[in-house]
Write a protein that binds this ligand. Structure first.
Ligand code: XCC
Ligand code: SF4
Length: 681
């Protein structure tokens, strides 16, 4: 027996020691670097280490691996020697590289649009219970917003009584808006009602190209059907359905999510707060909220502020309750309540590794399953709350959130966190870094700050673009991606744009990255902006990077662009505007859907990292180049952040030239230079 045990292990049984991430190479953020090191000291693995040990599949990266049937996966990488005369790569069924890449791409759009739109549906359902007064927790908070969206649903806001026009009962309006909105997901005929919010020229373009979405669910289902083996095998026709679905996301599910959330929880206005892991407090009960929907987090914010909960926390030896957020739930409660941002997508494990996270409460989207493994190494309670988002690990607590008992559920969750405070180990280490920020720039707030109430429009913004102080507008959004240095692309792209007088609208994890870097403060204008943009920001008192919210709030960027078209002087469609889009560190399917609805709204949109189209050059050329003729916008990929920003600026300049406003900028730059010279004399 002994001999058997003593037998030498076989060579292939020796485990290769796992590689550890180099913290400096993994992130530009000091607190992130500190926490990666700490995790490694404690022997806890994070996404940064996993990225070292697992390389992405080279064929998947190219977008040319098909597993849509059981004869596959069929893998069609670009041949090392290049594609010869004819690209004769094909799967077993004969599917070409273009077909496979296009199918994969639009399945990503389906995934992204489904995530946004199902989130929107959830909000619409809560909205209905609020309108029906079935719940005390939710009510119609922002009546003005409700009145402003009602006309798009063909809901009257006035009634005629004896020939006199009177205001209609607000509850009646809410009910009808809620019903009409919910219909948008599955109505049997017609087209989405919000499409008419787009500039008329854009709507006509969509109509001409045959991509007006009918209802949200149908477009997503049709993608799944068309990409089944042996259905649609023409990349142009496939991406056409991708377009229809992305529009249903941007101008449908996402836009309704944003609007109905604003009505229920309030339209954001600028608020001061802070960002980064340093917002957690050692002497407080720390509750980190992570995910995407504000439905639960709104209740947690409201409940945590009650005296009952504060007192309870004190009775357990804490000084109070510190809420903070990760990912877009964070952005939601930041923009409406000023709750600080704890971190980006890539910092979720690190928040627990502080040892000070008493509970992490998650809902849907972007939640690593590994947070459960990390939580197990500490006292942290990990609480899942959504019926469609559970985890297999047995240390995870599931408290299904029911809107009819919203306050009770929120209380239960907060109590678990408070009761857990005393279980904290001595191993607490909260990084000290945090940055001040101002967030909460919805379409309305931008109008107020930049447009002025006098003109009641985006005229002042347009005016500053026309006179050249502002060169253009960029929407820089999206995730973090462990395949690239955390926040490096985000910050480099944004800073390069600011330096060149391009004002930035941000959402999602780019917003969090900018907040952490201190770019969301008015003071940063004089440090990072070119003279023109700095002057505008200083005069108006706004940050040069405007945080407009969460992932679904990318719809706010569509509407801001529409307002610019309406305000006049910059052409008659979004594609005429000197604007560009960017997602320097994207990773989610939602980002692909967002990118595609930006592109098909007429915006030149550049992604960083990689795009799963590189293995199908013909398809890629179609969406990178030919698309401009169809929609005025097109995709691009640029890994180098400076080149990435320069490409956006070049596009902005191309649009300025087409509008005949390129000269104005030269004049104003000369003016400013002479003035500076005079001042310095
Ligand atoms: Fe998720 Fe919205 Fe991406 Fe961040 S940015 S990683 S999707 S949290 Ni929208
Ligand atoms: Fe292969 Fe065609 Fe099946 Fe895809 S659908 S796995 S290309 S046989």
């Amino acid at each position: 027996m002994d001999e058997v045990i003593k037998k030498e292990p076989k060579v292939n049984m020796v485990k290769k020691p796992k590689k550890l991430a180099d913290p400096i190479k993994a992130s530009i953020d000091e607190s992130t670097q500190e926490m990666i090191l700490r995790a490694q000291d404690l022997g806890i693995e994070t996404v940064f280490d996993r990225a070292e040990n697992m390389k992405p599949c080279n064929i998947g990266v190219q977008g040319t691996c098909c597993k849509n049937c059981g004869m596959g996966p069929c893998r069609l990488p670009l041949p090392k020697s290049g594609i010869g005369e004819e690209d004769d790569r094909k799967g077993l069924c004969g599917a070409s590289a273009n077909t496979i890449a296009a199918r994969n791409f639009i399945r990503m759009i389906a995934g992204g649009a489904a995530a946004h739109s199902d989130h929107g549906r959830g909000v619409a359902e809560i909205f209905m219970s609020a309108a029906r007064k079935e719940t005390d927790a939710y009510r119609i908070k922002d009546k003005n917003k409700l009145l402003s969206i009602a006309p798009y649903f063909n809901v009257d806001t006035t009634v005629e009584v004896d020939g006199e026009k009177l205001d209609r009962d607000i509850d009646e309006i809410a009910l009808e808006v809620g019903e009409k909105a919910l219909h948008e997901w599955g109505k049997p005929e017609g087209e989405l009602m919000y499409l008419k919010r787009a500039p008329a020229a854009l709507y006509e373009k969509w109509k001409k190209n045959g991509v007006l979405p009918r209802n949200i669910d149908r477009e997503i289902v049709e993608i799944m059907h068309r990409t089944h083996i042996g259905v649609d095998q023409d990349y142009k026709n496939l991406i056409k359905q991708g377009t229809r679905t992305a529009i249903a996301d941007g101008w449908g599910g996402s836009m309704m999510a944003t609007d109905l959330q604003d009505v229920l929880f309030g339209t954001p206005y600028p608020l001061q707060s802070e960002a980064n892991l340093g917002v957690m407090k050692e002497d407080h009960v720390n509750i980190v909220i992570h995910g995407h929907e504000p439905i639960l987090s709104e209740m947690i914010v409201a409940t945590a502020q009650t005296k009952e909960m504060e007192d309870y926390a004190k009775s357990k030896g804490a000084k109070g309750i510190q809420l903070s957020g990760i990912c877009c739930t964070a952005n939601e409660i930041l923009q409406r309540h000023g709750v600080p941002l704890c971190g980006t997508f890539l910092q979720q494990e690190l928040a627990i590794i502080t040892g000070a996270c008493d509970a992490m409460v998650v809902d849907i989207q972007c939640i690593f399953q590994n947070v459960a493994n990390v939580a197990r190494c500490f006292h942290t309670k990990l609480i899942t709350t959504h019926p469609i988002a559970k985890m297999e690990q047995d240390n995870v607590i599931h408290i299904e959130f029911d809107e009819h008992y919203a306050m009770e559920d929120a209380k239960k969750i907060i109590k678990i966190a408070i009761d857990n405070f005393e279980n904290r180990g001595s191993d607490v280490m909260i990084p000290t870094h945090k940055a001040p920020q101002i967030a909460g720039f919805g379409v309305e707030a931008i109008q107020y700050h930049l447009g002025g109430t006098f003109r009641g429009s985006y005229y002042t913004l347009n005016d500053n673009i026309i006179n050249g102080r502002i060169r253009g507008v960029a929407g820089v959004v999206g995730c973090n991606n462990a395949r690239t240095r955390h926040n490096e692309g985000h910050i480099a792209v944004v800073k390069e744009l600011l330096k060149n007088d391009v004002i930035v609208l941000t959402t999602g994890c780019n917003g969090i990255a900018c907040a952490m870097e201190g770019l969301l403060t008015p003071e940063s204008a004089s440090v990072f902006c070119g003279p023109g943009l700095a002057e505008v920001c200083e005069t108006v008192g706004i940050p040069p990077v405007l945080h407009v919210g969460s992932c679904v709030d990318n719809s706010r960027i569509l509407l801001a662009a529409t307002e610019m078209v309406k305000a006049g002087g910059l052409g008659n469609d979004i594609s005429d505007l000197p604007v560009a889009g960017s997602a320097p560190e994207w990773m989610s399917e939602k980002a692909i859907s967002i990118g595609h609805y930006f592109v098909t709204a007429g915006v030149y949109t550049v992604f960083g990292v990689t795009l799963p189209t590189s293995g199908a050059p013909v398809f890629q050329k179609y969406i990178f180049e030919e698309f401009e003729k169809l929609y005025g916008g097109m995709w691009d990929l640029e890994v180098d952040p400076i080149k990435h920003a320069k490409k956006m600026i070049a596009h902005i300049d191309k649009k300025r030239e087409a509008l005949g406003i390129d000269r104005a900028r030269e004049r104003i730059m000369v003016d400013m230079a002479t003035r500076r010279e005079m001042e310095s004399v």
